[in-house]
Structures are given as structure tokens and as C-alpha cells.
Write a protein that binds this ligand. Structure first.
Ligand SMILES: [Zn+2]
Length: 444
């Protein structure tokens, strides 16, 4: 999760400024019989933005030159569960950065361990198929650097959660530990890429519908086509509420905390409930085809692609009421755009769906946006769903797919060389590289 809109978790986007300009995240690293019990947790908000702002003041990131890390740390190994290897809870700079002035002993470490125990239990209820959640280390990081950028709340690196002290407070007082849940899920993902965020935010919307509003770029087109036609209007109202720029509380947290129409939130909760089968599919497919889906999302510059393909398969698409000729030409636009490889080859961040939709609007004169989206879902169905059922997620990228995977391995290698990486992270990163090579060589 992040503080603002242009990092790993670019979901929490300033809506009124950035809708339509959504910047595709540049990721370098990177369910539920008992829904009701999760929803039960979202009703009480224990703070408001002003109080939270005062609380986080002593906990804002310290300024330290990048690559220059505190020499001291305070580590405590704590077993989360009996008979399991302990997790290393680490607070670098505990003395030199002044945490010791207010905090004593190992109480922060034990509190963090309790928190992780709760969060992992919750994750296992929501996603029982995740039998192994590889948390080896939890670092409370009081400065920003390449591993935890100043706009990020937290970051799952390799078998490790890095979180800022202010983010712990925000997660406790506002988000009901959604950040911890999100990062814990990241630990279980086997490849890198945009779809990992889609999967992790799917978990968050299940526990609170306000995350659907904050992370709209992942969900918007599916929600407004199949579940709530007025979703754009709801978004506009949600983001029209003022926030205080002078606060250090992220704007998205302020939007989250500010009172919003209770009936609408209740309706969105029902929407998320109806979306549950789609969200479960995201998780299943992202585990079955992690590399293919990461590639397709990046190639199309569309973080929502997997959810949209699943919706095209699962949901009834109403007739778009256009001529066969227009449909044929529209499909050609989608083909042309979505098969371009500039995003993966040249590192562009162009959303190919949006490009095609614009061409269909201007060249084919399909003026109704609802109709254009219907054609898009028809196209996805034809392209990614097998006539006999099931998904066709094979990648026709050939060499491009191969070099895409290599470039991801290369980006992990770069991080390994970063001085601030801990030994636990380094070992886990090397393991990930080895595993990815094995898959790559067995398939190519
Ligand atoms: Zn994330």
C-alpha cells in the first residue's frame, strides 16, 4: 500500500485529478465462509483525520541519505505459532533514530507479533488454500529508501514485511489492519507484476467496500458494467469531499475516514459480496498462471485485465446492439492495440484498452460509453474464453515473453545488490530467481 498514486500501490489515486490519467504501477517487487465476521470489523472507526495526524507526527520517516542505514538495530525472534520457525522482528535505528525515547524493551516487537498472528489467522480464513505464508522477517522501518519509498505505507519484499511506524498507526486506527493483510498476501505470490496488486486489493475490498472506491482502477469497468451502473457517480461523490493537504495523513486515508453515505456503502458491500466468485477466480488463476497473467497485464498496460477476463466468462454480457460490421471493426481495434508489444519491449505504460476504446469512439462513432465497454467484454470473451469453457491464457509472446521474464529476474538481481537488503531478504530473493529460472527453462 502506498501514500500516493505513483508507486507499487497506485490504487489510492487522487481521484479528481487522476481519473483517466491513472498511472500504471511500476512494480519492482514487487477467502470465505465467514465474510460476515470480516464485515463486522469495518463498522467502528476509532479516529478522525485530525487525531490521526497528531498521532503520526513523531512517527514520520526520518531523513537519511539513500543507502545509508542506521548502524544499530533491536531484533527479537518470536514464533508466531507453536512449532514454527520464529520470525525476526527488527527495528533498525531503535536507539539512533530515537524510538527508545518513548518505547522501551521489546514491547513493540511483541505487539507486532500479536498483530501478525491476528492477520495471518484472518488470511487463512479468507484463503484457506494458502497453506504456507512465508513470513520470516518484519521490519519497522523509520526512514524511506528504495525498499520502502516515502509514499509507501508498507512493502512486502522477499519473505519480509517492511512497514513504517506511521503506517502501523494508520493501519490500526483507520484500516483495520488491511495493510498488513495486503502485504501478507503478497508474501505468498510466486511472480512479480501488476496482477499481484489486483489480487491483494481484492482481499481488501472483501473486508471493507471503501477499498473498492480507493482502488477503483482495478475494479471500475467491471463494477459499472455488471454490478452498479452508477459507480462512476459514486466515485465522483466519494472524491468530491475535501481533504486537508496540510495533514501528513495520506489523502486516501482521509477519504476513507471521512463520513460517507451509509446506504451507498451498504450497497457496495452487497456488490462486493456478489463479486466474490470473481475475486476467488483472480486468486486461483494468479497462482496457476502467474507469469502469463503478469505478462498479459503489462503488455496491455491494464492492471484490471484478469478480473475483466473473468467477468467476461462469468457474467452475462447484454447485447451491445451494434451492427456486425461495427463489431468486427471494433474487434480489429482491440486486436491491434492489445497485441502491441511496446509496453513490454520499450517499457511504455499505455493502457491498450483505453486506446482501443478511444478509437472505437472516434473512428467507429460508437458514442455510448456503456456500449463500448460491452463490446470490450464481448471481445475478451471471444479472445480469452474457450468455447467449451475455461480460460485461454496462453501467451503468444515467444521471445518477447522469454525476455520479459528475464528482465524481471534482472530486476530482482538489482535489488539483491542493494546494500540495504537484509540477509533474510537476500536468501529469499535468490530462491525466487532460482525458481523462476527453473520454470523458464522447463517451458522454453
Ligand atoms: Zn501491494
Amino acid at each position: 500500500m502506498s501514500w500516493t498514486n505513483n508507486s507499487e500501490a497506485s490504487l489510492l489515486v487522487a481521484h479528481h485529478m487522476a481519473r483517466g490519467l491513472f498511472i500504471v504501477p511500476c512494480v519492482f517487487i514487487f477467502w470465505l465462509g465467514t465474510m460476515s465476521c470480516l464485515f463486522a470489523q469495518d463498522v467502528s472507526i476509532t479516529t478522525d483525520a485530525g487525531e490521526l495526524n497528531s498521532l503520526i507526527q513523531p512517527h514520520l520517516p526520518h531523513l537519511i541519505a539513500d543507502g545509508d542505514h542506521p548502524a544499530d538495530k533491536f531484533d527479537v525472534s518470536i514464533a508466531i505459532h507453536k512449532n514454527e520457525d520464529p520470525v525476526l522482528f527488527s527495528i533498525p535505528g531503535f536507539h539512533s533514530l530515537g524510538c527508545v525515547k518513548c518505547h522501551q524493551g521489546d514491547s513493540l516487537h511483541f505487539k507486532a507479533a500479536h498483530r501478525m498472528r491476528r492477520v495471518l489467522k484472518r488470511l487463512k480464513i479468507i484463503r484457506p488454500e494458502l497453506t504456507e505464508i512465508p513470513l520470516r522477517q518484519y521490519i519497522i522501518q523509520s526512514w524511506s529508501d528504495a525498499l520502502l519509498a516515502s509514499h509507501q505505507l508498507a512493502h512486502a519484499t522477499f519473505d519480509t514485511i517492511r512497514i513504517s511506524p506511521a503506517a502501523i498507526l494508520i493501519d490500526d486506527k483507520a484500516y483495520h489492519e488491511a495493510t498488513h493483510l495486503h502485504e501478507s498476501l503478497h508474501l505468498t505470490q510466486s511472480f512479480v507484476g501488476l496482477t499481484n496488486e489486483l489480487e491483494a486489493y481484492s482481499l481488501n475490498i472483501l473486508s471493507d467496500p471503501r477499498f473498492l472506491l480507493l482502488n477503483f482502477p482495478y475494479f471500475e469497468d467491471v463494477v459499472k458494467t455488471f454490478f452498479a451502473e452508477d459507480f462512476s457517480e459514486i466515485l465522483n461523490n466519494f472524491y468530491a469531499r475535501p481533504v486537508l493537504e496540510k495533514f501528513d495523513v495520506p489523502r486516501e486515508t482521509q477519504w476513507f475516514l471521512a463520513p460517507f453515505d451509509g446506504d451507498l456503502l451498504e450497497r457496495l458491500k452487497q456488490v462486493v459480496n456478489k463479486m466474490k466468485p470473481l475475486l476467488n477466480e483472480i486468486s486461483r488463476l494468479n497462482r496457476k498462471y502467474p507469469r502469463e497473467i503478469a505478462y498479459l497485464s503489462e503488455q496491455t498496460g491494464n492492471p484490471a485485465l484478469l478480473l475483466e477476463i473473468i467477468a467476461a466468462n462469468n457474467m452475462p454480457i447484454l447485447d451491445s446492439d451494434i451492427s456486425d460490421d461495427t463489431r468486427l471493426k471494433a474487434f480489429e481495434f482491440f486486436d491491434l492495440q492489445m497485441n502491441k508489444k511496446d509496453n513490454t519491449r520499450l517499457g511504455y505504460k499505455i493502457n491498450r484498452k483505453k486506446e482501443a476504446l478511444l478509437l472505437i469512439q472516434h473512428k467507429l462513432k460508437v458514442s455510448d460509453p456503456v456500449t463500448r465497454l460491452k463490446i470490450y467484454f464481448e471481445y475478451l470473451k471471444q479472445h480469452f474464453v474457450k468455447p467449451e469453457g475455461g480460460f485461454n491464457l496462453q501467451v503468444e509472446g515467444g521471445n518477447d515473453f522469454y525476455s520479459y521474464t528475464l528482465s524481471k529476474i534482472e530486476s530482482i538481481r538489482k535489488i539483491i545488490n542493494y546494500r540495504g537488503l537484509s540477509p533474510i531478504e537476500r536468501t529469499a530473493a535468490q530462491k525466487l530467481i532460482k525458481k523462476t529460472y527453473l520454470i523458464l527453462n522447463s517451458k522454453n
